[in-house]
Design a protein around this ligand. Structure first.
Ligand SMILES: [Zn+2]
Ligand SMILES: [Zn+2]
Length: 165
């Protein structure tokens, strides 16, 4: 197999050395914020790292691919309809199963009959019988009634602990 056919990033070291395993453990055990902070500082320092991260997290915009400096967009988005992460290159009109309506409390269902105060009303796994969707009137945990493309959520940049302060 030629190197061109492999997607793997070539590494100069044996991946199983003790210090490499320690680094991998440290990444797995770090908080999400810590990993973001480390990655942000690595791409500031190294153009090689920046290219690698760009390959993982960005794709060329389709409508722009013929121009000389094609714009790039994020490779993964969060869908505002089903709340799942999706790859923008694999989006199609039957992939997103969701409810276009809103989930609301259903006091006619009898589920809340013995509830004495509002504190006991919680939208959790056990209480989905007490909710209904406005789109299809199915129970709260029913599988989505509509299929469509995923639709990207507007994402606000979250403040990173120890970084943006
Ligand atoms: Zn529905
Ligand atoms: Zn979706």
């Amino acid at each position: 197999m030629s190197a061109l056919n492999s997607d793997k990033v070539p590494t100069s070291e044996d991946p199983k050395t003790e210090s490499n395993l320690a680094v991998e453990d440290a990444i797995r055990e770090a908080t999400n914020d810590r990993v973001r902070i480390v990655l942000l500082s690595i791409v500031k320092e190294s153009s090689v790292a920046r290219d690698l991260v760009s390959k993982e997290l960005l794709v060329q915009q389709k409508e722009d691919s013929a121009s000389r400096n094609p714009k790039k967009r994020k490779r993964y988005e969060i869908c505002k309809q089903c709340s799942k992460e999706y790859a923008v290159e694999q989006n199609h009109e039957k992939i997103c199963v969701h409810h276009p309506g809103a989930k609301q409390l259903d006091f006619n269902s009898g589920f809340w009959k013995f509830v004495k105060n509002d504190d006991q009303i919680k939208d959790d796994e056990e209480s989905q019988e007490g909710y209904e969707w406005t789109c299809c009137h199915e129970r709260g945990n029913a599988v989505g009634c509509t299929t469509s493309e995923h639709s990207p959520q507007e994402i606000k940049h979250t403040k990173l602990k120890f970084y943006d302060e």
